[in-house]
Each structure stands twice: as C-alpha cells, then as structure tokens.
Design a protein around this ligand. Structure first.
Ligand SMILES: Nc1ncnc2c1ncn2[C@@H]1O[C@H](COP(=O)(O)OP(=O)(O)OP(=O)(O)O)[C@@H](O)[C@H]1O
Length: 226
C-alpha cells in the first residue's frame, strides 16, 4: 500500500470486513509494526517507533468510548491528563484557579452538558458524552494526525450524528489532518474532502474534492461487490 495523506486532508476510509482498514490505522498509530516498508508522520520516520513516541503527532479515538478516557477519574481529571500529555506551554501556563472555568468553556463547546459534570467520574457518563470527551482530549494537543477508528459505531443514530457534527466542527476549526474509518457510507460521503476504499490490503479507490462530492452510495456499493 502506498498512501500519502496531505496536511489538512480529512479522509474517510471504507472497505469490507477484513479489507485491512484497522491494520492500516494500527500501523500508523504504532500498535502494529510492518514487516516491510516505511511510515513517515509529519516528516519523521516512525516505522519502528513506539505508540508513545508517535503520540506527540498522532491521536486516536477508538470505537469503544471506554478506550479514550479513564472511567475512575473525573471529567476534569481526564482533561488534566490530556493537557499534561500535550506538553503545550500555552495550555499549561494557565493557573489552577482558572482551570475549572477553562474546562467548563471547553466542555460547553461539545454541547453535551458536560460543563456541569466536571467532578463526575467518567464511568457515569453516557457513551456519547464519553466519546465527545475522548474527541476533545484527543484534539487538545492539536495533533498532526487524528485517527478516528469507527468512533461513532457504538452510538445510537442520534448520538452518532451529534458526535459526527462535533467531529467536523473540531476538525474544521483546528484544520486537523484526519483519517476516519467508517462502515457508514453516508458518513464517508458526507464528511471529509477525500475518500479511500481499501480492499484486500490495497487501495481500491482514492477520490478527493469535486470527484468525491459527486460520488453516490450506489457507486460505492458497485465497487464493494467487484
Ligand atoms: N498482524 C497481522 N498479521 C497478519 N495479518 C493480520 C494481522 N492483523 C490482521 N491481519 C489480517 O489482516 C486482514 C485485515 O484485517 P483488518 O482488521 O485490518 O480489517 P478491517 O478492514 O479493519 O475489517 P473490519 O471492518 O472487520 O474491522 C484480516 O484478514 C486479518 O486477519
């Protein structure tokens, strides 16, 4: 597979079960090391580097809302952890006294009522609230690459819509380079400037811009059955 993601790309990745989508994301994130080939992230050769090393550039939101947050910790404590991870001085230099106010402002932008739940343990949040928090935490550091691994698949249709709208808002506001695996063709068509279809470990289709905007679900269904 040879794939170059350009800065600012928002790529939807689709494909049949077993096509290789997760393997691709795992290889980029570093949970899988390829037998051959090379992987560059933000100009750095990271092929054999650990997940932790890459995490300064790469953030990930998983399908399972429990994966991106610490359930025993409060909403505020989770945000503090994410901030510590960013190493961002601009974020760190805020005084502790400002923290609650600043977190409330950040959380209010999610429109999930989380600004009133700062001291609530995350395990008591709904899946949608938890996934929105995961998204916020994953993007606090302004990552060079945001990986979304079917991050709305475990949510009900309405919440899934809300989290997708939130995703688009955050990605657009921060100009994040993003790869999103999804089985929802409508989401793949609606969101992002580029669509990649993976089949048998290869890129079967790679369309962007106008060509992507013209794509219909029926075009993709035809390719799935090829
Ligand atoms: N470390 C590995 N070494 C060799 N083959 C692997 C490895 N990990 C996964 N595979 C195989 O690669 C293929 C692609 O799997 P992958 O999980 O990437 O598919 P997927 O497109 O994400 O599917 P799904 O939509 O079901 O999640 C599968 O046949 C899987 O068994």
């Amino acid at each position: 597979m040879n794939l170059t993601i350009e800065p600012g790309d928002f790529v939807s990745v689709i494909g049949n079960n077993g096509a290789g989508k997760s393997t691709l994301l795992n290889t980029i994130a570093g949970t899988l090391t390829p037998d051959a080939g090379e992987l560059m992230v933000a100009g750095h050769r990271v092929t054999k580097r650990s997940v932790a090393y890459r995490s300064r550039w790469v953030s990930r939101v998983f399908q399972d809302p429990k994966m991106g947050t610490a359930g025993e910790l409060s909403v505020a404590q989770n945000l503090t952890l994410a901030e510590k991870h960013t190493g961002s001085l601009s974020l760190r230099r805020y005084r502790r006294a400002d923290q609650a106010k600043r977190y409330a402002t950040l959380l209010a932008s999610l429109n999930m009522g989380l600004e009133h739940r700062l001291t609530t343990q995350v395990k008591y949040l709904s899946g949608g609230q938890r996934q929105a928090l995961s998204l916020l935490m994953a993007t606090l550091s302004q990552p060079q690459l945001l990986l979304l691994d079917e991050h709305t698949a475990a949510l009900d249709p309405q919440t899934s819509k809300e989290v997708m709208a939130l995703t688009e808002a955050i990605v657009t506001k921060q100009h994040l380079t993003t790869m999103m695996i999804t089985h929802k063709l409508s989401d793949a068509l609606t969101y992002g400037n580029r669509l990649v279809m993976v089949q048998d470990g290869q890129i079967k289709l790679d369309v962007r811009g106008e060509a992507k905007a013209r794509l219909q679900a029926s075009d993709l269904m035809g390719l799935f059955s090829d």
